[in-house]
Design a binder for this molecule. Sequence first.
Ligand code: AMO
Length: 440
Amino acid sequence: MDGRTLASAVGPGDTVTVAGWVHEIRDLGGIAFVIIRDRSGKIQVKFEEDEMEADLVERGLGVTRESVVRVEGEAFEEPRAPTNVEIVPSELETVAPAEPELPLDPSGKVDAELPTRLDNRTLDLRKDEVHAVFQIRATILSSARAAFDDLGCTEINTPKIVATGTEGGTELFPITYFGEEAFMNQSPQLFKQLMVGSGLERVFEIGPIFRAEEHNTPRHLNEATSIDFESAFYDHTEAMDACEHVIKRAYAGVKESCHQELETLGLAEDFTVPTDEFPRITYQEAIERINATGELEAQLVWGDDLPTEGERALGSDVDSHYFITDWPSEIKPFYIKDHNDDSTLSTGFDMLHPRMELVSGGQREHRYEHLVAGFEAQGLNPDQFEYYTKMFKYGMPPHAGWAIGGERLLMTMLGLDNIREAVLFPRDRQRLSPWTHRNT
Ligand code: AMO
């Protein structure tokens, strides 16, 4: 297909072949403009009855919007064209026609509701703003990879079909694995820890996690992208430093590489890369500050999870990314280590954007006996996790790590209302394939 010139690279005087989608057709009578869109932008093609063969003009005006066409011609300077250049065609070929009735309008002139957009995601992505979101998503992931490279990490890929859950039993997706019950992985948690013990020492993974979330909310998905990190010989404070580095690098990468996309989304002027240190406040301080806002009906007490409204109240109070540290051990998972001098206090932390939680992490329990005792304390059967616990008997260094929710990072960075906007084909309670609405 190539040998073509991208729309953004067409300059006056060039003889070019461009190919892309028909974005718009403007027939002014005697003269008509067809705007062609490709991944780089748009280019105007001029059809003039008096200047061209009737057959070419007829074909030019006969194309339907969103058809894929290939146009050959010469480019001229034209200040009235959207990019100051227009092509006068010598040939137009319809490569793939589009039906005249479109399920949604990719030019964005006619709004569509989110379900219609998700049902027709391929067409939805042709809109500049939606396209921009996913370009930025890709930049976040490449910037995160660059940040992991700064930290000297090795990228790993761990199994998504597993024998046990790690993040709470009610959120598990069971599957049948050759007649036996298995599950979709909720998190690479145990595998990334095992890789620390393998001698890789410092690892990261960007991959899917699966959570059978009970409710449909604007910030939960049933399949999400987790950006996981784990390092040997790190404590929780060093893990927080690494987390801050990755988040800041993701923002900086977007600022540096996505100016056009930010402009398209109307964010270019206000987009700021966080540079200050993220405040670290203890859980105790967090509940006191939430209680002091008076936003909650009942006062929070030690051991309570932070409700969504509480997180929001604290978020607007702090007004930047921030960490909550020193959680009660009882509400953190079995793999999180307690403080050495106080077993009721854990080294677990969360990192939050003012709108919502983005990250959980902590130092891990690497001492075999303590780990097994922790399983029992949380009502889990250590035998089921033997593949994991056993390796703690053969030289497991102290280690710490965390996971960032990829979609939540994108959502909060761009101020998207709904997490479904941050994923190509969201999986929620109603949606298993792009176009199917399941009844629940
Ligand atoms: P946690 O369960 O807090 O921790 O998940 C880490 C981060 O992943 C994101 N996330 C989700 N995003 C969208 N939809 C969901 N259903 C969803 N569930 C989680 C959130 C969350 O902060 N193993 C630990 C991490 C660790 O300690 O390393 C874990 O999975 O942004």
